[in-house]
Design a protein around this ligand. Structure first.
Ligand code: NAD
Ligand code: DAU
Length: 357
């Protein structure tokens, strides 16, 4: 069946993989990539799709209700997959309001546009929201921090600690409220830490790959014993496809890799793999590890119980962490131009202010 889907944040890290998957897997769908192209959005991530007949890029800001109105009435989408966000915890500590604007107000603007458009276009006599769906892409950070044991399930109480996770939690609540109040068909996914190609080099894995390549310090926050659950980004894109098409209305699905790593162990693995790939002597890159002051409010441990999406929809990760990390390092080593472009502007200023290098 032909569908038109708006994917917001499609020029960013995860969004670019979701856009590519949908454009290539569903040639009869029309995919509208709606992205403001902030520092984190880069159309180089999607250069291979530019000539695809079922792909349209629209530069627009979810804070601009006029632009949303225009895009909804022009393309008449059946579905929205919402990834556009400010996504970096450290930035949220420095500028919380940017996160309130995009993640909270932007999400509500998008919900309003979808609600208004789908009410206007529902067929006479048909169900109000026939064949429509708003898929909100969220994070495991809304659940707060775990101790040494246990997992986040879909029923875990929200307990966000950073301005980023607070803004994502608020957006999740708004999405559910639009279902409960107006009947908008929604699904939500809360995912753990992603890694892979196109990841902006301010986040742990791409920052450290870039710094190892350039023999710069690797700033490990605090004692380095913080734990994250890592998932290869292409597996996340497949999970989003699965839930968008087959998830139950108004339900939430947790997505994760069953793949916990303490930051320092991950960094040492990364250094070992990169020494081999760069032909450097064993242990050379580990010398770059530098313990720096901790992130305020740093969540100790995240771990997702992804058994619901596995049991109900049959999704599971397809690559091991070692395979995914190796593919990721190869991608960054082969895409020096991409790295040069994204690190040449505003981000480098921020990085230099933080670490003086
Ligand atoms: P990203 O920062 O790489 O990309 C965000 C994209 O959104 C960029 O292309 C940017 O230009 C766009 N954008 C930002 N503000 C916008 C605005 N006001 N209007 C329109 N577009 C705007 O983010 P990401 O890491 O790809 O994350 C995508 C989504 O997935 C986010 O909602 C994030 O909370 C969620 N998420 C991320 C992870 C992760 O590990 N990266 C894990 C779970 C959930
Ligand atoms: O859990 C999902 C979340 O994962 C997403 O919702 C966020 O959008 C995404 O940015 C990510 O958040 P984290 O804060 O976990 O990712 P980050 O890569 O910034 O940090 C991962 C861990 O590494 C965290 O414990 C902080 C630490 N760290 C990070 C950086 C950038 C360092 O020790 N040094 C660093 O320089």
């Amino acid at each position: 069946m032909r569908k038109t889907i708006i994917i917001t944040g499609g020029a960013g890290f995860i969004g670019s993989h979701v856009v590519r998957l949908f454009v290539t897997k569903y040639p009869d769908y029309r995919i509208i990539n709606l992205d403001a192209l902030t520092y984190a959005g880069n159309l180089e991530n999607l250069r291979d799709l530019e000539q695809s007949p079922n792909y349209i890029f629209r530069k627009a800001n979810i804070l601009n209700t006029g632009e949303l109105e225009d895009i909804f009435s022009t393309y008449q989408p059946d579905g929205v997959i919402h990834l556009a966000a400010e996504s970096h915890v450290d930035r949220s500590i420095l500028s919380p309001l940017d996160f309130v604007y995009t993640n909270v107000i932007g999400t509500v603007n998008l919900l309003n546009a979808a609600k208004k458009h789908w009410l206007q276009t529902s067929s006479p006599g048909g169900g109000k929201w026939e064949n429509t769906r708003f898929h909100h892409v969220s994070t495991d950070e809304v659940f707060g921090a775990l101790g040494d044991t246990g997992f986040f399930s879909e029923d875990t109480k929200y307990d966000p600690h950073s301005p980023y996770s607070a803004s994502k939690a608020a957006s999740d609540h708004f999405v559910r409220s639009y279902h409960d109040t107006y009947g908008l068909p929604v699904v939500l996914t809360n995912c753990s830490n992603n890694y892979g190609p196109n990841h902006f080099p301010e986040k742990l894995i791409p920052l450290f790959i870039n710094n190892v390549i350039n023999q710069k310090p690797l700033p490990v926050y605090g004692d380095g014993l913080y734990t994250r659950d890592w998932l290869y980004v292409k597996d996340h894109a497949v999970a989003i496809d699965t839930v968008f098409h087959r998830g139950k209305n108004s339900e939430t699905y947790n997505i994760g890799g069953f793949n916990e790593w303490k930051n320092i162990d991950l960094v040492k693995l990364l250094c070992r793999l990169m020494d081999e790939k760069l032909g450097r002597s064993k242990g050379e890159s580990e010398q770059l590890i530098t313990y720096v002051k901790d992130r305020p409010g740093h969540d100790r441990r995240y771990a997702i119980d992804a058994s619901k999406i596995n049991k109900e929809l049959g999704w599971k990760p397809s690559v091991t962490f070692e395979e995914g990390l190796s593919l990721t390092i190869d991608w960054y080593m082969e895409n020096g131009e991409w790295l040069k472009h994204v690190t040449s502007g505003e981000y480098m200023k921020y990085y230099q202010e933080q670490y003086g290098d």
